[in-house]
Design a protein around this ligand. Structure first.
Ligand code: ZN
Ligand code: ZN
Ligand code: FE
Length: 751
C-alpha cells in the first residue's frame, strides 16, 4: 500500500444491536477522521472504513476495548477492499434483516449518565421517573413483537416530543435509537391511588409516596417487571402489617437500599459481593446480616442473611430519597400466585394488602421477577434467574441438533427454554404451576420467547412426571416430544452451561423428581452425558406419607426416620396413628430417596424447623444454624450393589445420639451437613472406581445450600475430582428447562 491508505470491511457479531453500537462506531470513526459507513445487518453490524493504515488499526483496537456497556462482542473479522475514496462517515439504514440473528437484551438498571441527569435540576429529565437511554432501561418486559423498535413495545402509545425525537435521531446522542426514550413532556406518568383505585390528588406523587412510606404505610409500587409491596424496613409495625396481610409468616422479605454504603451498613460483604450488587443486572443478593443493622427483625426472622438489592429504575432512585434506611420490596402477589403486573390486576389482587398504589401508564408486557443469587463456593449461584438476565442465551455444546426446541420445564420454580442456532434462551422465572393464573403465565412465557426469537418449535422437551401441567402441555401441543428424567436434566444444565457433552459423575441432591421405577427420586448418583444417564446409586428409600404435601411438614419425615432409630418427636397421637396406617398400607405413601426430605428430617429432629411456612424453610434454617468451625461428621454405610444404597438413616441415628448427650444444635447441624458432603464424596469414589470417571457435576435444589456446596466441593477436590457447578442458571428447578433443551437437542441430533 504505497499511499498508506486502506479500506476494510469489518463484521461484528454478538449482542451488538439495540445497545448503542452504531453511534459508538460513528463517533469513533469521526474522531479518527475515517471515511465509510456502519449498518445493522442480519448477522450483527457491518462497518466499512477507509483511511490511513495506522488510524484503521487504532480503530480496530478501540472497537473491542471500549465498546458500549451493554454490547457483547462474539467475533470481529476484517477483509481488505479496494480504496474507494470518500470524505465522511455515516450511519446507513439497516439492510433487510433476518430477524433470527437479533438478540433481545434483558432489562438493565439505570446507567450513571441517566442518574446524573435525574439529579440535575438544569436537565430537562430532572426527576423524571422513566428516563432511560441506549445503555439502560426496559427491554424484555416491554417488547411485544420483533423487530425491536418503538412501535412494537408498550411505549408505542407515547408519541415522542420534538426534543426526544431529535435525541433519538442524532447518531452522536446517547439516545440514538433508544426505543423507550421519553421525558416528562411526552412519556408515561406516575400517579397515586388509594386502595379503591381512586386517585389521590397531589402535585408530587413520588414525594407523597415517600411521606406515606415514612409514616408506616404499605404501598404497592409498579416497577420494571411487576408490582412490589413496599414499606419502611426499619418499622416493625409496618413490616408486621405487610406480613400478616400477605399471609407470609416467616419467609424473608427482600429489601432495597439507595447505595452501596447503605448496603454495607446493614450487611457484611465480600469483595465479590460488593462488585456484583451494583452491576447493571441488579440482582437481589443474600448477604450476611451485620450486627446493629437497624432494620426490623421481622424482615428476615431466623435467617442469617438479608436479601438486598440496589435501586434499579429512576422511580426507585427517587423513592429511596425518603427518610428510611431501606424499603422492604417484596413481590406484589399473594403467596403462590404470579406477581401482579397490570394496574387493574394489581388493584384487584393487592387491595387487601396495600394502603396505596403508586401506578403509572406504561404497560408491562411480560412480568419479570427480581433475580435472587448468593455467593457460594467461589462464584455467584442463582436461586432465581429472571430480571436483568433473561433472556440472555447460553451457548450449547457443538454438534447438537439445530432444530428449534421448546423445553417446558418442571412444575415448581418453572422456567421455559427455547433453542435457536445453537443457543439456548431461558425465560424469566414463571413460578409454581399450581393454579390457573400461573398456568396462564406459563403459556404467555412460551409465546413471548418464541415470538421474540421469531421461531416455531419443531420439538418439545418435558419432564417424565405425568401430572405436571408443563408435561400435559407438552403432550397435547402436537409436537414430537422428548421425555427427560428430572435429575438427568439437572446435571445436563451444568453440562450445557459449560458447553460440554462428555460423560460425568452427576450428583443430584434435590427435593423431588419422577423416578424411572415410579418412586420419588432426589438423592441420586448418576453417570451421564447429554444423550443418556445411568443410575449408579441413591439414598435409601424411605416412605413419604402424604406424598408431595409432606414437603410442607418436615416433622413427618422426622417421624419416618425415627420410627426405628429412637425417641419419637412430639406428635399428636391421632396423627401418629394416621401416619403408621399410611406407611403400613402404602396408602398415598410413595417411596423416596430425596435428599431434600432428609434435610427436612434433620431440621425437625433438631427442633430448628418442624413446619415449612415456605418452600425450603427447614433446610435454610438448618444451614443458618451450622457452627462454622465444626469438622466432625456421622458415618453412613453404603450397601454395595447396582445401584449402591447410601444408608442415610445411619446419619440420623448418630445425630439423635449426639442430641441425647447434649451436643449443641449448632454442632449437630454442622456435623449433619458434613455427613452429607462425606456421603457424596464416597458415592463419587465408588463410581470413579467402577467407571474411571473423575469429573463430577453437582446440581439440584439442595445445592442452594451454601454450606453443603462449599464442603462438598472442597472434599471432592481434595480427593482429586474435578467439580462442575451451575453459575448461569439455578441448581434448583429453575435450571431444569435448560437441561431438558440440551438433552433433547442431543437426542434429536442422533435421529
Ligand atoms: Zn441510561
Ligand atoms: Zn419527550
Ligand atoms: Fe429438582
Amino acid at each position: 500500500m504505497s499511499t498508506g491508505v486502506r479500506r476494510i470491511r469489518v463484521r461484528v457479531t454478538g449482542a451488538v444491536q439495540g445497545v448503542g453500537f452504531r453511534p459508538f462506531v460513528y463517533s469513533l470513526a469521526a474522531r479518527l477522521g475515517l471515511a465509510g459507513h456502519v449498518l445493522n445487518d442480519s448477522n450483527g453490524v457491518e462497518i466499512e472504513l477507509e483511511g490511513k493504515n495506522g488510524l484503521v488499526n487504532r480503530f480496530l483496537g478501540e472497537l473491542e476495548a471500549s465498546s458500549p456497556p451493554l454490547a457483547i462482542i462474539s467475533s470481529v473479522s476484517a477483509e481488505e477492499l479496494e480504496p474507494a475514496g470518500g470524505e465522511s462517515f455515516e450511519i446507513r439504514a439497516s439492510v433487510r434483516q433476518d430477524r433470527r440473528a437479533v438478540l433481545v437484551s434483558p432489562d438493565y438498571a439505570t446507567c450513571p449518565d441517566c442518574l446524573r441527569e435525574l439529579d440535575d435540576p438544569a436537565d430537562r429529565r430532572h426527576r423524571y421517573p422513566f428516563t432511560n437511554c441506549t445503555n439502560c432501561g426496559p427491554r424484555y418486559t416491554i417488547i411485544t413483537d420483533i423487530p425491536y423498535d418503538r412501535a412494537r413495545t408498550t411505549m408505542s402509545v407515547f408519541e415522542m416530543c420534538p426534543d426526544c425525537r431529535a435525541d433519538y435521531e442524532d447518531p452522536s446522542n446517547r439516545r440514538f435509537h433508544a426505543e423507550p426514550t421519553c421525558c416528562a413532556a411526552c412519556g408515561p406518568k406516575v400517579y397515586l391511588a388509594d386502595r379503591t383505585g381512586s386517585p389521590v390528588g397531589c402535585a408530587d406523587p413520588i414525594g407523597k409516596c415517600r411521606e406515606l412510606l415514612a409514616a408506616g404505610s404499605v404501598v404497592a409500587v409498579k416497577g420494571l417487571g411487576g408490582f412490589h409491596l413496599a414499606c419502611d424496613a426499619s418499622n416493625d409495625e409496618a413490616v408486621a402489617g405487610l406480613r400478616s396481610r400477605k399471609t407470609r409468616e416467616e419467609k424473608p422479605l427482600a429489601v432495597m437500599v439507595r447505595d452501596l454504603d447503605t448496603a454495607e451498613s446493614i450487611a457484611m460483604m465480600t469483595r465479590e459481593e460488593r462488585e456484583a450488587l451494583p452491576g447493571k443486572e441488579r440482582p437481589i443478593l443474600l448477604l450476611k446480616k451485620r450486627d446493629g443493622h437497624g432494620l426490623s427483625e421481622l424482615v428476615a426472622p431466623k435467617s442469617a442473611t438479608f436479601g438486598v438489592m440496589l435501586s434499579y429504575t429512576p422511580l426507585h432512585h427517587l423513592l429511596m430519597k425518603g427518610p428510611y434506611p431501606a424499603l422492604v420490596m417484596t413481590s406484589g402477589n399473594m403467596t403462590d400466585e404470579p406477581i401482579a403486573h397490570r394496574n387493574d390486576d394489581a388493584l384487584g389482587r393487592l387491595s387487601e394488602i396495600a394502603d396505596f398504589f403508586l401506578l403509572n401508564d406504561r404497560d408491562i408486557h411480560i412480568r419479570t421477577d427480581d433475580s435472587v443469587a448468593r455467593f457460594s463456593a467461589g462464584a455467584v449461584r442463582f436461586l432465581r434467574r429472571s430480571r436483568g438476565y433473561a433472556p440472555f442465551p447460553v451457548a450449547l455444546p457443538e454438534g447438537l441438533s439445530r432444530n428449534v426446541i421448546l423445553a417446558v420445564g418442571p412444575e415448581l420454580k418453572n422456567t421455559v427454554c427455547v433453542t435457536r442456532n445453537g443457543s439456548a434462551f431461558v425465560s424469566h422465572h414463571v413460578g409454581d404451576l399450581k393454579n390457573a393464573p400461573a398456568y396462564a403465565s406459563f403459556l404467555q412465557a412460551v409465546d413471548h420467547l418464541s415470538n421474540m426469537l421469531d421461531v416455531a418449535p419443531a420439538a418439545v422437551a418435558h419432564d417424565t412426571h405425568p401430572a405436571y401441567l408443563s408435561t400435559k402441555y407438552a403432550k397435547e401441543c402436537g409436537l414430537p416430544a422428548v421425555e427427560v428424567q428430572h435429575h438427568h436434566a439437572h446435571i445436563a444444565s451444568v453440562l450445557a452451561e459449560r458447553g460440554i457433552d462428555e460423560r460425568v459423575i452427576g450428583v443430584s441432591f434435590d427435593g423431588a423428581g419422577w423416578g424411572d421405577d415410579g418412586h420419588v427420586w432426589g438423592g441420586e448418583f448418576l453417570t451421564c452425558d447429554l444423550a443418556s444417564y445411568r443410575r449408579h446409586g441413591h439414598l435409601e428409600y424411605q416412605p413419604l406419607p402424604g406424598g408431595d404435601a409432606t414437603s410442607r411438614k418436615p416433622y413427618r419425615m422426622a417421624y419416618v426416620y425415627l420410627r426405628d432409630a429412637g425417641p419419637l418427636p412430639d406428635l399428636d397421637e391421632q396423627e401418629r396413628k394416621t401416619l403408621d396406617r399410611m406407611i403400613e398400607r402404602s396408602f398415598n405413601t410413595p417411596l423416596t430417596s430425596s435428599a431434600g426430605r432428609l434435610f427436612d428430617a434433620a431440621s425437625a429432629i433438631l427442633n430448628v424447623c418442624a413446619v415449612n411456612t415456605y418452600e425450603g424453610q427447614a433446610p435454610m434454617e438448618l444451614e443458618a444454624a451450622c457452627a462454622g468451625d465444626e469438622n466432625g461428621s456421622y458415618r453412613a454405610r453404603i450397601d454395595d450393589g447396582s445401584p449402591f444404597i447410601v444408608r442415610a438413616s445411619d446419619i440420623i441415628a448418630r445425630l439423635v445420639e449426639d442430641m441425647r448427650t447434649g451436643t449443641p444444635v449448632e454442632t449437630c447441624a454442622a456435623r449433619f451437613h458434613n455427613s452429607a458432603a462425606q456421603v457424596i464424596l464416597e458415592g463419587c469414589r465408588t463410581i470413579r472406581d467402577r467407571e474411571g470417571i473423575s469429573r463430577t457435576a453437582l446440581s439440584g435444589g439442595v445445592f442452594a445450600n451454601g454450606y453443603l456446596l462449599e464442603k462438598t466441593k472442597a472434599l471432592l477436590e481434595e480427593d482429586g475430582f474435578d467439580v462442575l457447578l451451575n453459575t448461569i442458571v439455578p441448581a434448583g428447578d429453575g435450571g431444569v428447562s435448560l437441561g431438558q433443551a440440551a438433552i433433547a437437542a442431543r437426542r434429536l441430533s442422533c435421529v
